[in-house]
Design a protein around this ligand. Structure first.
Ligand code: FAD
Length: 473
């Protein structure tokens, strides 16, 4: 059969509204958020139920048709772009798998279809006075299937864990078309391998996630958002430890930002302003929160801030006096990627090292990259509470963007070697995708890579699901 016949057969299985090849509709699905990857596809499939998804994937398996799952297309490593590296791949969108989003309040859990956005889950949980703690700047667009497949992190990992920790169970279509029903809402379930967790972080290589159940928590009703200036990452680290102890471990977010990053936001993002007067090398943005109003917590935070100022740990700071002021503080942090994008080209690293090693990593990696590209502008920011830093380099002023970006691999090799030396990870939360597969094969042990390949071969021997990601074939 010709490719055209296969595409026609897939269209038939998908049913009315279940597929498209129209260029106008496809275009936004073929470019990645950073504009780094541009793909192509002969067909986008959009099944509206798991049974149709199963029939479509079984057909792809039978005729060895490659496919790329896509949720909100906010991934940052080229994992959801079809047709890269000369491959022909069908795009498998979950945009119509978005009907079911139901809270079980007594079980503190929520079950939602793969195509529901994270913002929808947060809203549903809040309607029951509960918290779905996954929170990231892309939450209005990124989906259940996407966050599971990338094991997304975000700002609340310090307190509530990554997507992996929040996932109780899931339903997926395996590469042979079987429907894997592990959609349990159980807290305890020791019945052999945890197959749901196998799909968390699998980046669409082991199956199409169609539905999932996550943990919920009591809603944070009391929240203190503090923007604090510090002289160094070392002082920020000290502040993290003292905040956790002083608050009875109620720190739910702890972010580090450099002055240059703040300046980029002030320059490019309308309506932003600097809440602190002077200029300081580093800033910490922290939320300390509680699920009930607690005057003692307020008192503890005031005492912690006073002591930290007296001890010279905090140089300046402000505690948000209202929800809207807290949102303004968070806007500085959440707009940091957007502001860099507007300013110019960036070479980006999403790394993790043990929390205690962040300051020394920053010092060593900054020296190394500035020796390589002397006038590069560093924007190292992120989730200090998790040891996860987005170690980004902006093109030197007045230089050519493409020439600078052409040095991505050279710079990444340097940074990743330093990360590895600290026992760290070259992908803390964005995944491997297409972008980092060579680095993964260079830096992961042979035994780990062999085990990963065995799992892939067992479930997807013809490599039909996302063939271009994770593995450097
Ligand atoms: C402004 C911005 C801020 C961000 N901040 C964070 C952050 O703080 N923390 C963080 O972790 N990430 C962050 N991200 C990255 C991104 O939002 C996450 O990786 C998110 O999980 C991707 O979800 P998605 O639905 O957009 O997935 P997509 O981008 O569509 O896909 C991502 C990967 O998952 C696979 N996939 C998607 N759906 C399925 C499915 N149903 N079944 C199987 N595989 C599937 C794709 O094939 C691809 O490999 C940010 C991105 C942006 C643009």
């Amino acid at each position: 059969m010709t490719q055209n016949t296969h595409m026609e057969n897939l269209r038939q299985i998908a049913g009315p509204d279940g597929s498209t090849s129209e260029a106008d509709i496809l275009t936004p699905h073929l470019t990645e958020w950073r504009d780094k990857f541009h793909g192509s596809t002969p067909l986008m499939l959009m099944p509206a139920d798991v049974e149709t998804a199963s029939r479509l994937i079984a057909y792809c398996q039978e005729y060895n048709i490659k496919l790329v799952p896509q949720g909100g297309n906010t991934g940052l490593v080229g994992g959801s772009t079809p047709g890269l590296e000369g491959r022909t791949e069908v795009l498998f969108s979950t945009k119509r798998l978005n009907k079911h989003c139901v809270v079980d309040a007594d079980n503190f859990s929520i079950t939602a279809d793969a195509g529901c956005t994270i913002a929808e889950l947060q809203t549903q949980a809040a309607a029951h006075d509960l918290l779905f703690p996954l929170s990231l700047a892309s939450e209005g667009s990124c989906t259940v299937g996407g966050v599971i497949s990338t094991n997304a992190g975000g700002i609340h990992v310090l307190r509530y864990g990554t997507t992996r920790a929040l996932t109780l169970g899931l339903q997926a279509v395996l590469p042979n078309g079987d429907i894997l029903d592990e959609l349990t809402a159980l807290r305890k379930n020791n019945t052999g391998y945890n197959l749901s967790q196998l799909l968390v972080g699998a980046e669409g290589t082991l199956g199409l996630v169609t539905r999932a159940t996550f943990k919920l928590y009591p809603r944070e009703v009391q929240k203190h958002t503090c923007l604090l200036a510090v002289d160094s990452p070392q002082k920020a680290l000290k502040l993290l430890a003292s905040a956790r102890i002083a608050s009875g471990d109620r720190v739910s977010a702890f972010e580090l930002m450099p002055r240059f990053g703040i300046e980029l936001v002030l320059k490019h993002i309308p309506g932003t302003s600097d809440p602190l007067g002077g200029s300081h090398p580093w800033y910490v943005l922290t939320d300390i929160a509680n699920s009930r109003g607690d005057a003692a917590l307020e008192h503890d935070i005031s005492a912690w801030l006073e002591t930290s100022i007296e001890d010279g740990v905090i140089a300046d700071g402000s505690v948000a006096a209202s929800l809207s002021q807290a949102a303004d503080f968070w806007r500085l942090r959440e707009s940091m990627s957007e502001a860099q994008k507007i300013e110019g080209g960036s070479i980006k690293h999403d790394i993790a090292v043990p929390v205690s090693r962040v300051p020394v990593f920053l010092a060593k990696a900054s020296d190394a990259v500035l020796e390589l590209i002397p006038n590069a502008r560093l924007v190292a920011f992120g989730h200090l509470g998790d040891g996860n830093i987005h170690f980004n380099l902006m093109q030197p002023q007045g230089t050519d963007k493409l020439q600078f970006l052409a040095r991505w691999e050279e710079v990444a090799t340097l940074v990743h070697d330093i990360v590895t030396g600290f026992g760290g990870s070259i992908s803390a939360e964005h995944g491997i995708g297409t972008l980092k597969k060579r680095e993964l094969s260079r830096l992961k042990s042979d035994a780990s890579l062999a085990a990963m390949r065995s799992i892939k071969n067992a479930l997807d021997p013809n490599t039909i699901m996302n063939p271009g990601v994770l593995f450097n074939e």
